[in-house]
Design a protein around this ligand. Structure first.
Ligand code: NA7
Length: 545
Protein backbone atom coordinates (compact mmCIF):
# COMPACT_ATOMS: atom_id res chain seq x y z
CA UNK A 1 0.00 0.00 0.00
CA UNK A 2 1.14 3.55 -0.14
CA UNK A 3 -0.09 6.88 -1.25
CA UNK A 4 0.37 9.96 0.88
CA UNK A 5 -2.43 9.18 3.29
CA UNK A 6 -2.60 5.41 3.12
CA UNK A 7 -0.28 3.19 5.17
CA UNK A 8 0.05 -0.37 6.34
CA UNK A 9 0.38 0.94 9.90
CA UNK A 10 -0.38 4.22 11.63
CA UNK A 11 1.36 4.60 14.98
CA UNK A 12 0.25 7.19 17.52
CA UNK A 13 3.14 8.54 19.59
CA UNK A 14 6.86 9.09 18.98
CA UNK A 15 8.24 7.97 22.34
CA UNK A 16 10.21 4.78 23.02
CA UNK A 17 7.47 2.46 21.69
CA UNK A 18 6.58 4.50 18.62
CA UNK A 19 10.19 4.92 17.50
CA UNK A 20 11.08 1.29 18.05
CA UNK A 21 7.99 0.06 16.26
CA UNK A 22 8.34 2.24 13.18
CA UNK A 23 11.97 1.17 12.90
CA UNK A 24 11.10 -2.54 13.14
CA UNK A 25 8.07 -2.34 10.86
CA UNK A 26 10.00 -0.52 8.18
CA UNK A 27 12.74 -3.16 8.35
CA UNK A 28 10.02 -5.76 7.83
CA UNK A 29 8.81 -3.95 4.71
CA UNK A 30 5.68 -2.25 6.04
CA UNK A 31 4.78 1.34 5.28
CA UNK A 32 4.24 3.25 8.50
CA UNK A 33 3.42 6.77 9.64
CA UNK A 34 3.94 7.98 13.21
CA UNK A 35 1.67 10.81 14.33
CA UNK A 36 2.58 12.84 17.41
CA UNK A 37 0.98 15.85 19.02
CA UNK A 38 4.38 17.19 20.07
CA UNK A 39 6.86 19.01 17.87
CA UNK A 40 9.65 16.53 18.47
CA UNK A 41 10.37 12.90 19.30
CA UNK A 42 10.59 11.77 22.94
CA UNK A 43 6.98 11.10 23.91
CA UNK A 44 6.58 11.79 27.61
CA UNK A 45 10.05 13.39 27.67
CA UNK A 46 9.03 15.93 25.08
CA UNK A 47 6.14 17.11 27.25
CA UNK A 48 7.71 16.86 30.69
CA UNK A 49 10.14 19.77 30.40
CA UNK A 50 9.38 21.16 33.87
CA UNK A 51 12.34 22.29 36.02
CA UNK A 52 14.24 19.32 37.45
CA UNK A 53 12.73 16.63 35.19
CA UNK A 54 15.02 13.61 35.30
CA UNK A 55 14.63 9.86 34.84
CA UNK A 56 14.80 7.64 37.90
CA UNK A 57 15.91 4.49 36.11
CA UNK A 58 19.66 4.06 36.06
CA UNK A 59 21.75 3.91 32.92
CA UNK A 60 21.93 1.43 31.15
CA UNK A 61 18.39 0.19 31.78
CA UNK A 62 16.85 3.31 30.25
CA UNK A 63 17.98 2.83 26.68
CA UNK A 64 17.42 0.60 23.69
CA UNK A 65 19.53 -2.53 23.55
CA UNK A 66 20.38 -2.62 19.80
CA UNK A 67 24.14 -2.14 19.34
CA UNK A 68 23.64 0.55 16.70
CA UNK A 69 21.87 2.71 19.32
CA UNK A 70 24.59 2.61 21.99
CA UNK A 71 27.85 2.05 20.10
CA UNK A 72 28.34 5.81 19.53
CA UNK A 73 26.31 7.22 22.36
CA UNK A 74 27.77 8.81 25.51
CA UNK A 75 25.82 9.26 28.74
CA UNK A 76 26.71 12.23 30.93
CA UNK A 77 25.12 11.08 34.19
CA UNK A 78 23.84 7.90 35.75
CA UNK A 79 20.32 9.36 35.91
CA UNK A 80 20.09 11.58 32.81
CA UNK A 81 18.05 14.76 32.92
CA UNK A 82 15.24 15.51 30.50
CA UNK A 83 17.35 17.52 28.07
CA UNK A 84 19.96 14.80 27.76
CA UNK A 85 17.22 12.18 27.24
CA UNK A 86 15.91 14.36 24.41
CA UNK A 87 19.41 14.36 22.89
CA UNK A 88 19.40 10.58 23.19
CA UNK A 89 16.07 10.42 21.34
CA UNK A 90 17.50 12.67 18.61
CA UNK A 91 20.48 10.35 18.33
CA UNK A 92 18.31 7.24 18.00
CA UNK A 93 15.98 9.00 15.57
CA UNK A 94 18.96 9.74 13.33
CA UNK A 95 20.56 6.30 13.66
CA UNK A 96 17.29 4.65 12.63
CA UNK A 97 16.48 7.44 10.18
CA UNK A 98 12.86 7.57 11.30
CA UNK A 99 12.21 11.31 11.04
CA UNK A 100 10.77 11.07 7.49
CA UNK A 101 8.10 8.73 8.90
CA UNK A 102 6.91 11.10 11.63
CA UNK A 103 4.19 13.72 11.42
CA UNK A 104 4.63 16.19 14.31
CA UNK A 105 2.25 18.78 15.79
CA UNK A 106 -0.61 16.49 14.88
CA UNK A 107 -3.16 15.04 17.25
CA UNK A 108 -5.11 11.89 16.46
CA UNK A 109 -8.62 12.82 17.57
CA UNK A 110 -10.64 9.92 16.22
CA UNK A 111 -10.24 6.52 14.58
CA UNK A 112 -12.96 4.33 13.07
CA UNK A 113 -12.79 0.77 11.86
CA UNK A 114 -14.41 -0.17 8.57
CA UNK A 115 -15.23 -3.86 8.66
CA UNK A 116 -15.85 -4.06 4.91
CA UNK A 117 -12.53 -2.74 3.71
CA UNK A 118 -10.73 -3.85 6.90
CA UNK A 119 -9.15 -0.47 7.42
CA UNK A 120 -8.88 2.21 10.03
CA UNK A 121 -9.78 5.81 9.15
CA UNK A 122 -7.78 8.06 11.41
CA UNK A 123 -8.60 11.75 11.88
CA UNK A 124 -5.58 13.90 12.49
CA UNK A 125 -5.81 17.49 13.64
CA UNK A 126 -2.87 19.61 12.59
CA UNK A 127 -2.28 21.90 15.55
CA UNK A 128 -0.47 24.54 13.53
CA UNK A 129 -3.05 24.97 10.77
CA UNK A 130 -6.08 23.73 12.80
CA UNK A 131 -7.10 21.59 9.84
CA UNK A 132 -8.06 17.92 9.95
CA UNK A 133 -6.95 15.25 7.54
CA UNK A 134 -7.73 11.55 7.36
CA UNK A 135 -5.17 8.77 7.21
CA UNK A 136 -6.09 5.23 6.26
CA UNK A 137 -4.26 2.22 7.61
CA UNK A 138 -4.69 -1.51 7.82
CA UNK A 139 -3.35 -1.46 11.37
CA UNK A 140 -3.47 1.10 14.13
CA UNK A 141 -0.98 1.00 17.00
CA UNK A 142 -1.37 3.29 19.98
CA UNK A 143 2.02 4.05 21.48
CA UNK A 144 0.55 6.69 23.74
CA UNK A 145 2.40 5.59 26.88
CA UNK A 146 1.17 5.45 30.45
CA UNK A 147 1.38 9.15 31.22
CA UNK A 148 0.15 11.15 28.26
CA UNK A 149 -3.10 12.50 29.67
CA UNK A 150 -2.34 15.01 32.42
CA UNK A 151 -4.76 15.17 35.32
CA UNK A 152 -5.77 18.55 36.67
CA UNK A 153 -8.12 18.36 39.66
CA UNK A 154 -11.23 20.46 39.05
CA UNK A 155 -10.45 23.13 41.66
CA UNK A 156 -13.09 25.85 41.69
CA UNK A 157 -12.15 29.24 40.24
CA UNK A 158 -8.86 28.23 38.66
CA UNK A 159 -9.36 30.95 36.06
CA UNK A 160 -9.53 33.62 38.75
CA UNK A 161 -5.90 33.16 39.80
CA UNK A 162 -3.93 36.24 38.73
CA UNK A 163 -0.53 34.56 38.46
CA UNK A 164 0.83 31.85 36.18
CA UNK A 165 -0.22 28.21 36.49
CA UNK A 166 1.20 25.19 34.63
CA UNK A 167 0.88 21.43 34.84
CA UNK A 168 4.32 19.80 34.91
CA UNK A 169 3.52 17.79 31.77
CA UNK A 170 2.35 20.90 29.90
CA UNK A 171 5.21 23.15 30.95
CA UNK A 172 5.90 25.76 28.25
CA UNK A 173 8.40 24.35 25.77
CA UNK A 174 9.96 27.76 25.42
CA UNK A 175 11.10 27.39 29.03
CA UNK A 176 9.95 30.96 29.56
CA UNK A 177 8.64 30.52 33.07
CA UNK A 178 10.51 32.66 35.55
CA UNK A 179 10.24 31.65 39.19
CA UNK A 180 13.23 33.61 40.44
CA UNK A 181 12.22 35.81 43.32
CA UNK A 182 8.61 34.65 43.02
CA UNK A 183 6.23 33.00 45.45
CA UNK A 184 5.83 29.49 44.09
CA UNK A 185 3.23 26.90 45.07
CA UNK A 186 3.60 23.26 44.07
CA UNK A 187 0.58 20.96 44.32
CA UNK A 188 1.52 17.29 44.42
CA UNK A 189 4.44 15.32 45.78
CA UNK A 190 4.82 12.51 43.26
CA UNK A 191 8.00 12.17 41.19
CA UNK A 192 7.27 15.43 39.34
CA UNK A 193 6.48 17.39 42.51
CA UNK A 194 9.63 16.15 44.24
CA UNK A 195 11.81 17.10 41.25
CA UNK A 196 10.20 20.51 40.74
CA UNK A 197 10.59 21.25 44.46
CA UNK A 198 14.30 20.44 44.34
CA UNK A 199 14.84 22.51 41.20
CA UNK A 200 12.89 25.59 42.21
CA UNK A 201 13.40 26.20 45.92
CA UNK A 202 16.77 27.91 45.71
CA UNK A 203 15.68 30.77 43.51
CA UNK A 204 12.09 31.13 44.63
CA UNK A 205 11.37 33.90 47.12
CA UNK A 206 9.00 31.54 48.88
CA UNK A 207 8.04 27.95 48.18
CA UNK A 208 4.83 26.34 49.40
CA UNK A 209 4.41 22.62 48.82
CA UNK A 210 0.89 21.22 49.06
CA UNK A 211 1.21 17.59 50.08
CA UNK A 212 -1.63 15.11 50.26
CA UNK A 213 0.43 11.94 50.64
CA UNK A 214 4.07 11.91 51.76
CA UNK A 215 6.51 10.60 49.19
CA UNK A 216 8.69 7.94 50.80
CA UNK A 217 11.42 8.85 48.35
CA UNK A 218 14.74 7.02 48.16
CA UNK A 219 18.08 8.75 47.66
CA UNK A 220 19.37 9.17 44.13
CA UNK A 221 23.10 9.18 43.78
CA UNK A 222 23.92 10.64 40.43
CA UNK A 223 27.61 10.66 39.57
CA UNK A 224 28.65 12.06 36.22
CA UNK A 225 29.80 9.52 33.64
CA UNK A 226 33.13 10.24 32.00
CA UNK A 227 34.69 8.65 28.91
CA UNK A 228 36.05 5.76 30.93
CA UNK A 229 32.68 4.99 32.51
CA UNK A 230 31.08 5.05 29.06
CA UNK A 231 33.76 2.76 27.59
CA UNK A 232 33.24 0.32 30.45
CA UNK A 233 29.51 0.45 29.86
CA UNK A 234 29.90 -0.29 26.14
CA UNK A 235 32.25 -3.17 26.95
CA UNK A 236 29.74 -4.67 29.41
CA UNK A 237 26.66 -3.91 27.35
CA UNK A 238 26.24 -7.36 25.73
CA UNK A 239 26.04 -8.99 29.18
CA UNK A 240 23.89 -6.22 30.61
CA UNK A 241 21.46 -6.62 27.72
CA UNK A 242 21.01 -10.28 28.67
CA UNK A 243 20.16 -9.27 32.23
CA UNK A 244 17.80 -6.49 31.10
CA UNK A 245 15.96 -9.00 28.93
CA UNK A 246 15.51 -11.54 31.72
CA UNK A 247 14.99 -9.40 34.81
CA UNK A 248 11.65 -8.77 36.49
CA UNK A 249 11.31 -5.13 35.43
CA UNK A 250 13.87 -4.64 32.67
CA UNK A 251 16.50 -3.48 35.18
CA UNK A 252 19.99 -4.84 35.67
CA UNK A 253 18.97 -6.35 39.00
CA UNK A 254 16.21 -8.49 40.49
CA UNK A 255 14.73 -8.85 43.94
CA UNK A 256 16.82 -10.79 46.48
CA UNK A 257 15.40 -14.35 46.30
CA UNK A 258 15.37 -14.94 50.11
CA UNK A 259 12.57 -13.80 52.37
CA UNK A 260 13.37 -11.13 54.94
CA UNK A 261 12.68 -13.18 58.04
CA UNK A 262 14.73 -16.15 56.87
CA UNK A 263 18.00 -14.25 57.10
CA UNK A 264 19.84 -13.13 60.23
CA UNK A 265 19.47 -9.56 61.44
CA UNK A 266 23.07 -8.82 60.55
CA UNK A 267 22.73 -10.11 57.04
CA UNK A 268 19.48 -8.26 56.57
CA UNK A 269 20.96 -4.97 57.72
CA UNK A 270 23.99 -5.48 55.50
CA UNK A 271 21.72 -6.08 52.51
CA UNK A 272 19.55 -3.05 53.36
CA UNK A 273 22.68 -0.93 53.67
CA UNK A 274 23.95 -2.02 50.30
CA UNK A 275 20.59 -1.52 48.57
CA UNK A 276 20.00 1.84 50.20
CA UNK A 277 23.50 3.09 49.39
CA UNK A 278 23.20 2.07 45.75
CA UNK A 279 21.35 5.34 45.27
CA UNK A 280 18.49 4.23 43.07
CA UNK A 281 15.33 2.17 43.16
CA UNK A 282 17.18 -0.95 44.40
CA UNK A 283 15.92 -0.59 47.97
CA UNK A 284 12.41 -0.84 46.49
CA UNK A 285 12.60 -3.24 43.54
CA UNK A 286 15.77 -5.09 44.49
CA UNK A 287 14.79 -5.77 48.11
CA UNK A 288 13.92 -9.15 49.67
CA UNK A 289 11.30 -11.03 47.68
CA UNK A 290 8.66 -10.67 50.41
CA UNK A 291 9.10 -6.91 50.95
CA UNK A 292 6.01 -6.10 48.90
CA UNK A 293 4.09 -9.15 50.06
CA UNK A 294 4.47 -9.39 53.85
CA UNK A 295 3.59 -6.65 56.31
CA UNK A 296 6.35 -7.75 58.65
CA UNK A 297 9.01 -7.62 55.94
CA UNK A 298 7.69 -4.30 54.71
CA UNK A 299 7.80 -2.78 58.17
CA UNK A 300 11.41 -3.89 58.71
CA UNK A 301 12.42 -2.25 55.43
CA UNK A 302 10.50 0.93 56.18
CA UNK A 303 11.95 1.21 59.70
CA UNK A 304 15.46 1.04 58.24
CA UNK A 305 14.59 3.62 55.59
CA UNK A 306 12.93 5.90 58.12
CA UNK A 307 15.84 5.72 60.55
CA UNK A 308 18.20 6.73 57.75
CA UNK A 309 16.10 9.46 56.22
CA UNK A 310 13.99 11.24 58.83
CA UNK A 311 16.99 12.75 60.72
CA UNK A 312 17.70 14.85 57.63
CA UNK A 313 14.63 16.92 58.48
CA UNK A 314 15.44 19.24 61.40
CA UNK A 315 11.99 20.07 62.73
CA UNK A 316 10.42 16.93 64.26
CA UNK A 317 6.89 18.08 63.37
CA UNK A 318 7.90 18.62 59.77
CA UNK A 319 9.67 15.24 59.81
CA UNK A 320 6.50 13.52 60.97
CA UNK A 321 4.50 15.15 58.15
CA UNK A 322 7.04 14.32 55.45
CA UNK A 323 8.06 10.93 56.75
CA UNK A 324 5.66 9.64 59.41
CA UNK A 325 6.93 6.92 61.75
CA UNK A 326 3.98 4.84 60.64
CA UNK A 327 3.83 5.15 56.86
CA UNK A 328 0.53 6.15 55.21
CA UNK A 329 0.70 2.99 53.10
CA UNK A 330 3.08 0.04 53.05
CA UNK A 331 6.46 1.18 51.78
CA UNK A 332 6.72 0.87 47.99
CA UNK A 333 3.04 0.31 47.30
CA UNK A 334 2.81 3.80 45.80
CA UNK A 335 5.37 4.75 43.17
CA UNK A 336 8.62 5.43 45.04
CA UNK A 337 10.50 8.46 43.73
CA UNK A 338 14.17 9.29 43.89
CA UNK A 339 15.33 12.46 45.59
CA UNK A 340 18.59 14.36 45.87
CA UNK A 341 18.06 17.01 48.56
CA UNK A 342 14.27 16.91 48.80
CA UNK A 343 14.09 16.47 52.56
CA UNK A 344 16.66 19.19 53.26
CA UNK A 345 14.57 21.61 51.19
CA UNK A 346 12.09 21.70 54.06
CA UNK A 347 14.78 22.91 56.49
CA UNK A 348 14.87 26.21 54.61
CA UNK A 349 13.08 29.13 56.25
CA UNK A 350 11.42 30.22 53.00
CA UNK A 351 9.89 26.79 52.37
CA UNK A 352 6.62 25.69 53.92
CA UNK A 353 4.66 22.47 53.75
CA UNK A 354 0.88 22.49 53.68
CA UNK A 355 -0.38 19.09 54.67
CA UNK A 356 -3.65 18.24 52.97
CA UNK A 357 -5.92 15.34 53.65
CA UNK A 358 -9.30 14.39 52.32
CA UNK A 359 -10.81 14.54 55.82
CA UNK A 360 -9.20 17.63 57.36
CA UNK A 361 -7.83 20.15 54.98
CA UNK A 362 -7.91 20.26 51.21
CA UNK A 363 -7.63 22.86 48.48
CA UNK A 364 -10.96 24.70 48.51
CA UNK A 365 -10.45 26.99 45.53
CA UNK A 366 -8.08 29.20 43.64
CA UNK A 367 -8.41 32.88 44.49
CA UNK A 368 -6.94 35.84 42.58
CA UNK A 369 -3.97 36.00 44.95
CA UNK A 370 -3.31 32.27 45.26
CA UNK A 371 -4.85 29.19 46.85
CA UNK A 372 -7.38 28.92 49.63
CA UNK A 373 -7.61 25.74 51.68
CA UNK A 374 -10.75 24.47 53.41
CA UNK A 375 -9.45 25.66 56.80
CA UNK A 376 -9.88 29.19 55.40
CA UNK A 377 -6.20 30.05 54.97
CA UNK A 378 -5.08 31.83 51.82
CA UNK A 379 -1.60 31.15 50.42
CA UNK A 380 -0.43 34.06 48.30
CA UNK A 381 1.38 32.92 45.19
CA UNK A 382 2.77 34.19 41.88
CA UNK A 383 3.22 30.81 40.21
CA UNK A 384 1.32 27.54 40.75
CA UNK A 385 2.86 24.27 39.61
CA UNK A 386 0.32 21.49 39.13
CA UNK A 387 2.32 18.33 39.76
CA UNK A 388 -0.95 16.45 40.00
CA UNK A 389 -0.17 13.49 37.77
CA UNK A 390 -2.03 11.74 34.99
CA UNK A 391 -5.03 9.69 34.05
CA UNK A 392 -2.38 7.00 34.08
CA UNK A 393 -1.98 3.80 32.10
CA UNK A 394 -5.31 3.82 30.21
CA UNK A 395 -5.97 7.59 29.79
CA UNK A 396 -3.81 8.06 26.70
CA UNK A 397 -5.90 5.50 24.83
CA UNK A 398 -9.34 6.45 26.11
CA UNK A 399 -8.76 10.12 25.30
CA UNK A 400 -8.94 9.24 21.59
CA UNK A 401 -12.41 8.54 20.19
CA UNK A 402 -11.69 5.06 18.83
CA UNK A 403 -14.69 3.32 17.29
CA UNK A 404 -14.32 -0.39 16.58
CA UNK A 405 -16.86 -2.96 15.40
CA UNK A 406 -19.26 -2.07 18.19
CA UNK A 407 -18.41 -5.25 20.12
CA UNK A 408 -18.19 -4.25 23.78
CA UNK A 409 -19.09 -0.62 23.33
CA UNK A 410 -19.27 2.13 20.76
CA UNK A 411 -15.79 3.37 21.53
CA UNK A 412 -12.84 2.26 23.62
CA UNK A 413 -13.58 4.68 26.48
CA UNK A 414 -17.11 3.29 26.71
CA UNK A 415 -15.90 -0.30 26.49
CA UNK A 416 -13.54 0.32 29.42
CA UNK A 417 -15.86 2.56 31.44
CA UNK A 418 -16.65 -0.26 33.88
CA UNK A 419 -13.14 -1.76 33.82
CA UNK A 420 -10.39 -2.51 31.32
CA UNK A 421 -10.65 -5.60 29.10
CA UNK A 422 -7.67 -6.59 26.94
CA UNK A 423 -5.92 -9.68 25.73
CA UNK A 424 -2.31 -9.69 26.96
CA UNK A 425 -2.45 -5.95 27.53
CA UNK A 426 -1.90 -5.43 23.82
CA UNK A 427 -5.30 -5.56 22.07
CA UNK A 428 -9.03 -5.52 22.76
CA UNK A 429 -12.10 -7.33 21.46
CA UNK A 430 -14.19 -5.17 19.13
CA UNK A 431 -11.09 -3.34 17.89
CA UNK A 432 -9.60 -5.48 15.11
CA UNK A 433 -6.15 -4.74 13.73
CA UNK A 434 -5.47 -2.43 16.67
CA UNK A 435 -2.68 -2.85 19.20
CA UNK A 436 -1.37 -0.73 22.04
CA UNK A 437 1.91 -0.61 23.88
CA UNK A 438 2.92 0.37 27.43
CA UNK A 439 -0.75 0.51 28.34
CA UNK A 440 -3.21 -1.24 30.65
CA UNK A 441 -2.88 -4.89 31.73
CA UNK A 442 0.74 -5.08 30.59
CA UNK A 443 3.74 -4.71 32.97
CA UNK A 444 3.92 -0.96 32.08
CA UNK A 445 4.47 0.89 35.38
CA UNK A 446 6.43 -2.10 36.65
CA UNK A 447 8.84 -2.29 33.73
CA UNK A 448 11.08 0.16 31.97
CA UNK A 449 9.84 1.92 28.84
CA UNK A 450 12.62 0.71 26.51
CA UNK A 451 12.40 -2.96 27.60
CA UNK A 452 8.63 -2.97 27.11
CA UNK A 453 8.88 -1.12 23.79
CA UNK A 454 11.26 -3.76 22.47
CA UNK A 455 9.24 -6.72 23.69
CA UNK A 456 5.85 -5.50 22.51
CA UNK A 457 7.30 -3.94 19.35
CA UNK A 458 8.94 -7.25 18.35
CA UNK A 459 5.72 -9.11 19.06
CA UNK A 460 3.55 -6.76 17.02
CA UNK A 461 6.02 -6.82 14.10
CA UNK A 462 6.11 -10.63 14.18
CA UNK A 463 2.32 -10.76 14.29
CA UNK A 464 1.91 -8.44 11.29
CA UNK A 465 4.47 -10.48 9.36
CA UNK A 466 2.49 -13.62 10.18
CA UNK A 467 -0.67 -11.94 8.89
CA UNK A 468 1.04 -10.95 5.66
CA UNK A 469 2.71 -14.31 5.06
CA UNK A 470 -0.57 -16.21 5.59
CA UNK A 471 -2.68 -13.76 3.61
CA UNK A 472 -4.88 -12.69 6.54
CA UNK A 473 -6.19 -9.17 6.68
CA UNK A 474 -8.01 -9.09 10.01
CA UNK A 475 -6.98 -10.08 13.52
CA UNK A 476 -9.25 -9.66 16.50
CA UNK A 477 -9.05 -10.67 20.14
CA UNK A 478 -11.78 -13.06 21.30
CA UNK A 479 -14.03 -12.08 24.19
CA UNK A 480 -13.16 -15.22 26.20
CA UNK A 481 -9.45 -14.50 25.90
CA UNK A 482 -9.79 -10.99 27.25
CA UNK A 483 -12.05 -12.13 30.09
CA UNK A 484 -9.44 -14.69 31.07
CA UNK A 485 -6.58 -12.18 30.81
CA UNK A 486 -8.48 -9.63 32.87
CA UNK A 487 -9.13 -12.19 35.62
CA UNK A 488 -5.47 -13.16 35.66
CA UNK A 489 -4.27 -9.54 35.81
CA UNK A 490 -6.70 -8.75 38.64
CA UNK A 491 -5.75 -11.92 40.57
CA UNK A 492 -2.06 -11.04 40.40
CA UNK A 493 -2.84 -7.44 41.35
CA UNK A 494 -4.69 -8.52 44.49
CA UNK A 495 -1.68 -10.40 45.80
CA UNK A 496 0.64 -8.70 48.22
CA UNK A 497 0.42 -5.26 49.76
CA UNK A 498 -0.19 -3.08 46.69
CA UNK A 499 -4.00 -2.89 47.02
CA UNK A 500 -3.57 -1.32 50.48
CA UNK A 501 -2.47 1.98 48.96
CA UNK A 502 -4.65 4.43 47.10
CA UNK A 503 -2.63 4.99 43.96
CA UNK A 504 -2.72 5.50 40.23
CA UNK A 505 -1.61 1.87 39.88
CA UNK A 506 -5.27 1.12 40.68
CA UNK A 507 -6.85 4.21 39.09
CA UNK A 508 -7.53 5.76 42.52
CA UNK A 509 -6.30 9.22 41.54
CA UNK A 510 -9.06 9.85 39.00
CA UNK A 511 -12.55 10.43 40.41
CA UNK A 512 -14.98 7.88 38.98
CA UNK A 513 -12.33 5.62 37.44
CA UNK A 514 -13.04 1.98 38.36
CA UNK A 515 -10.67 0.66 41.02
CA UNK A 516 -8.70 -2.23 39.55
CA UNK A 517 -5.12 -3.32 38.94
CA UNK A 518 -4.18 -1.43 35.79
CA UNK A 519 -0.80 -3.11 35.38
CA UNK A 520 0.20 -6.75 34.99
CA UNK A 521 2.33 -7.24 38.06
CA UNK A 522 3.74 -10.74 37.51
CA UNK A 523 6.91 -9.38 35.92
CA UNK A 524 8.44 -9.13 32.48
CA UNK A 525 9.66 -12.77 32.21
CA UNK A 526 6.15 -14.12 32.79
CA UNK A 527 4.66 -11.55 30.43
CA UNK A 528 7.26 -12.29 27.78
CA UNK A 529 6.53 -16.03 28.07
CA UNK A 530 2.78 -15.53 27.71
CA UNK A 531 3.11 -13.19 24.73
CA UNK A 532 5.39 -15.51 22.80
CA UNK A 533 3.37 -18.62 23.75
CA UNK A 534 0.36 -16.94 22.20
CA UNK A 535 2.34 -16.32 19.00
CA UNK A 536 3.74 -19.83 18.83
CA UNK A 537 0.23 -21.24 19.29
CA UNK A 538 -0.78 -19.42 16.11
CA UNK A 539 -2.07 -16.38 18.04
CA UNK A 540 -4.26 -18.15 20.57
CA UNK A 541 -7.10 -16.00 21.84
CA UNK A 542 -7.39 -14.25 18.46
CA UNK A 543 -9.46 -14.84 15.35
CA UNK A 544 -7.48 -14.38 12.16
CA UNK A 545 -9.39 -14.08 8.91
P1 NA7 B 1 1.83 11.30 40.53
O1 NA7 B 1 2.83 10.34 41.00
O2 NA7 B 1 0.47 10.78 40.18
O3 NA7 B 1 1.69 12.44 41.62
C1 NA7 B 1 0.61 13.31 41.64
C2 NA7 B 1 0.61 14.06 42.94
O4 NA7 B 1 -0.47 14.99 42.94
C3 NA7 B 1 0.41 13.17 44.14
O5 NA7 B 1 1.21 13.63 45.20
C4 NA7 B 1 -1.08 13.36 44.45
O6 NA7 B 1 -1.41 13.12 45.79
C5 NA7 B 1 -1.24 14.81 44.11
N1 NA7 B 1 -2.63 15.15 43.85
C6 NA7 B 1 -3.43 14.65 42.88
N2 NA7 B 1 -4.65 15.18 42.96
C7 NA7 B 1 -4.62 16.04 44.01
C8 NA7 B 1 -5.59 16.88 44.60
N3 NA7 B 1 -6.83 16.94 44.14
N4 NA7 B 1 -5.21 17.64 45.66
C9 NA7 B 1 -3.94 17.55 46.13
N5 NA7 B 1 -2.99 16.77 45.62
C10 NA7 B 1 -3.33 16.02 44.57
O7 NA7 B 1 2.33 12.09 39.23
P2 NA7 B 1 3.81 12.54 38.87
O8 NA7 B 1 3.71 13.40 37.68
O9 NA7 B 1 4.52 13.08 40.05
O10 NA7 B 1 4.54 11.20 38.51
C11 NA7 B 1 4.01 10.32 37.52
C12 NA7 B 1 4.99 9.27 37.14
O11 NA7 B 1 5.90 9.82 36.19
C13 NA7 B 1 5.91 8.79 38.19
O12 NA7 B 1 5.38 7.86 39.01
C14 NA7 B 1 7.08 8.26 37.42
O13 NA7 B 1 6.78 6.97 36.91
C15 NA7 B 1 7.18 9.20 36.33
P3 NA7 B 1 -1.81 11.61 46.28
O14 NA7 B 1 -0.52 10.86 46.27
O15 NA7 B 1 -2.78 11.09 45.25
O16 NA7 B 1 -2.40 11.79 47.59
Amino acid sequence: MGNESCFDVVIVGAGFSGLYLVHRLREAGFTARVVDEGSDVGGTWYWNCYPGARVDTKVPAYQFTGTETWADWTWKERFPDRNHIMEYFHHVGKVWDVYPNIQFDSRVTEASWDDVSCHWSISVLNKTSSTSTTLRAQYLVLCTGFASKPYIPPYPDMDKFRGECHHTARWPQSGGVDWKGKRVGIIGTGASGVQATQAMYKEAAQLTVFQRTPNLALPMSNPTMDGEANSALRRDMPDLVKTIRTSHAGFVYNMVPEVTTAVSNDDRLKTYEQLFNSGGLEFWLGNYSDMLLSEEANKLAYDFYHERTAPRIKDPKMAELLLPKTPPHPFGTKRVSLEQDYFEVFNQPHVQLVSLSEENNSIARFVPEGIQTTDGKVYELDLIVLATGFDSVSGGITSIDIKGTGGGGSNIAKKWSGGVYTHLGISAHGFPNMFFTYGPQAPTAFATGPATAELQGDWITTCLRHMRVHGYNKIETNEDAEREWREHVLDVGEQGLFPQAKSWYFGDNIPGKPREALNYMAGMPEYRKRLWNCASEGYSGYTLS
